[in-house]
Design a protein around this ligand. Structure first.
Ligand code: PXP
Length: 241
């Protein structure tokens, strides 16, 4: 299982003062040194955290891979086609939300998502679609030629009590297996942290996780190096079992 780090919330702290520190680009470069497999950013239409300067600098400087989360809207599609990240992850976006709240409804927005996938493929960019662990949504995503799906793990992360946690984890496991059978790559993310990752890492069909908030928050207590390495150890330790 690969581990990609989302650095959006470094930019959130920077933007709180409208100045230049802390710099998400610097944070990303440090995290690469400590072993992350890629860097994720979400260029929102309202630019509430990452901005175009961050995106273009990351494109130039990082040596692992860049995953750009984005809405299916023309302005952002044009930027993505120009920047050519290794991966573009399509997400729903609502201005009022604090963070991405659910997966994209591929079935109800088929035309726009299909158009976005095709444009990104023309720009030689792999495409992932962030969706709920719902087999019908996964089938629809496969039909419009996505390369990868990212399974929304927010319900698993928010589950309370053993039964609930087991049920949500099972939904992710079944969805990942189904996607793999269709020939898709399988990523996962949202709300994953140092505690819930311990069970999550056992899901064999997941190729990659995208984790942000938990790592940025932990780095405030223990520093970037330890925050990153603690997560890498959780993933590595599970592989040996
Ligand atoms: N994956 C997607 C599609 C997201 O939108 C986010 C949040 O930006 C994440 C993963 C990471 O979530 P978290 O910050 O809760 O780890």
């Amino acid at each position: 299982m690969r581990f990609c780090l989302n650095v959006d919330h470094v930019a959130t702290i920077r933007n709180a003062r409208g100045e230049v520190q802390p710099d998400p680009v610097n944070f990303a470069l440090m995290a690469e040194q400590y072993g992350v497999d890629g860097i994720v950013v979400h260029l929102r239409e309202d630019r509430r955290h990452i901005n175009e300067r961050d995106l273009r600098l990351l494109r130039e400087l990082i040596t692992t891979k860049l995953d750009l989360e984005m809405a299916c809207v023309d302005d952002i599609i044009n930027i993505a086609c120009d920047v050519q990240p290794e991966l573009a992850t399509l997400v729903p976006e609502r201005r009022q939300e604090i963070t991405t709240e659910s997966g994209l409804n591929v079935i109800d927005n088929l035309k726009m998502i299909k158009y976005t996938v095709a444009r990104l493929h023309e720009a030689e960019t792999l495409v992932s679609i962030f969706i709920e662990p719902d087999l019908n949504q996964i089938d629809a995503a496969a039909e419009i030629n996505t390369d990868i799906i990212e399974i929304h793990t927010g319900h698993y992360a928010n589950a309370v009590g053993e039964d609930d946690i087991f049920d949500e984890l099972e939904k992710v496991r079944v969805a990942a297996k189904h996607a793999k059978k269709l020939g898709l790559g399988v990523n996962a993310g949202h709300g994953l942290n140092y505690i819930n990752m311990k069970e999550f890492v056992a899901i064999e069909d997941i190729d990659e996780v995208s984790i942000g908030h938990a790592i940025i928050a932990r780095s405030m207590y223990v520093g970037v190096e330890q925050a990153v390495k603690e997560m890498i150890n959780i993933i590595r330790f599970a592989k040996k079992d």
